[in-house]
Ligand binder design. Structure first.
Ligand SMILES: NC(=O)c1ccc[n+]([C@@H]2O[C@H](COP(=O)([O-])OP(=O)(O)OC[C@H]3O[C@@H](n4cnc5c(N)ncnc54)[C@H](OP(=O)(O)O)[C@@H]3O)[C@@H](O)[C@H]2O)c1
Length: 334
């Protein structure tokens, strides 16, 4: 089956997704009988639209060497359209939002109203508009999938959405932000907060504007999304979030002396989401290192369940996006 895909955002995750679609095309065809045709790519410079399917290799070369999709050589394939126009006008089965546009919920809704499935790695639409978006998708019988918003490709969303259907979740405790883990680990090795942050930025682990990570906002978005799935819709405004800015070297040393480590831990219970730096025992599943994330999910029937895996990284995030694109396609074809 041919599946037409529109990609919004051709930054790190968008390009990683395109690379995985290229690399795994044969595997996906053999295993699922699906052939993806990317019919449009939109970045902030405009939209490249080719109903017969874009040559992804060429698109990657253009974006990587010239910085914008509108540097494409054939002018007649370029359109001065933002996401809203492209969602409305481009004939696609699946809209993939891998932008960091905070107001993207507007065109997610539009896509659903146009009868298109939506796959996204973009957190704010879910952290602020989960109820509205999932209700619209349900009403129209369309897939609205967002595995890569939490723990990259590690399938915590699928676990909570499609598994444990007879269980009631009682609590989730999780480390959901790898940048803060990196900074706290560097501090354990003796670095100051400032030096650790600088190193994270130099290695490309932290953004140039690191506030989203170090103030706990990114972890707060993710924890809010987990709350929406495990319990009921809520918004990030109701989450209690403190970051790692006030974690001192002294606090880290004291934790180390008592066999503990400091991590930015999210606690999700019915009606409450809290994100704060906490001491966790070194043997705990939450004492993660490097780019790993972990969640301990407690339910009434199963007891404690641990899910742990990559929580960042480009091919790891593309894993979640592509898995959702396959899932959406299979659901549309069924
Ligand atoms: N990086 C990760 O490991 C990771 C993991 C999980 C989830 N995510 C999420 O995935 C999304 C993408 O991350 P990223 O690292 O790829 O970010 P990025 O490199 O900054 O790329 C963002 C892309 O979105 C485009 N964009 C932003 N606003 C737009 C708009 N209004 N219209 C059209 N295009 C727009 C940008 O266009 P230009 O290229 O023209 O600027 C860029 O291509 C974010 O929401 C992020 O939080 C990332």
């Amino acid at each position: 089956m041919d599946v037409k895909v529109s990609i919004f955002g051709f930054g790190n995750v968008g390009r990683a997704t395109a690379r995985v679609l290229l690399k795994k095309a044969g595997f996906i065809q053999r295993r699922y009988g699906l052939e993806f045709k990317v019919v449009s790519i939109t970045d902030r410079s405009g939209t490249l639209w080719m109903p017969e399917g874009i040559d992804l290799r060429e698109a990657l070369t253009v974006k990587e060497s010239l910085g914008r999709i509108s540097a494409w050589t054939n002018d007649y394939e370029l359109y001065d359209m933002g996401p809203k126009e492209a969602v409305r006008d481009v004939g696609a089965d699946i809209v993939v939002d891998v932008t960091n546009e905070v107001n993207a919920h507007e065109w997610h809704l539009l896509a659903l109203r146009e009868g298109k499935a939506v796959v996204t790695s973009n957190k704010p639409p879910l952290a602020f508009h989960y109820g509205k978006l999932t209700k619209e998708a349900e009403r129209r019988g369309l897939p609205y999938l967002f595995e890569a918003t939490v723990m990259a490709g590690t399938p915590i969303i699928t676990l909570l959405r499609d598994g444990l259907l007879g269980d009631s979740v009682e609590r989730i405790e999780a480390v959901l932000n790898a940048t803060t883990t990196f900074i706290l680990s560097e501090m354990e090795r003796g670095a100051t907060f400032e030096a650790a942050l600088k190193r994270a930025q130099k290695l490309g682990i932290a953004e140039r504007d690191p506030r989203g990570d170090i103030l706990g906002i990114d972890a707060g978005y993710k924890a809010t999304i987990l709350h929406c799935i495990a319990f009921e819709p809520m918004t990030f405004d109701n989450a209690e979030v403190s970051g790692i800015v006030e974690v001192t070297e002294g606090k880290i040393k004291r934790a180390g002396k008592s066999g503990k480590t400091v991590r930015l831990v999210a606690t999700v219970e019915k009606g409450t989401v809290t994100v704060e730096p906490r001491e966790v025992p070194l043997g705990s599943p939450l004492a993660v290192e490097s780019h790993e994330n972990a969640a301990v999910i407690k339910t009434d029937l199963l007891g404690e369940l641990v899910i742990k895996g990559a929580g960042a990284g480009l091919k790891e995030t593309a894993s979640g996006v592509v898995s959702d694109v396959v899932k959406a396609s299979l659901s549309l074809s069924g």
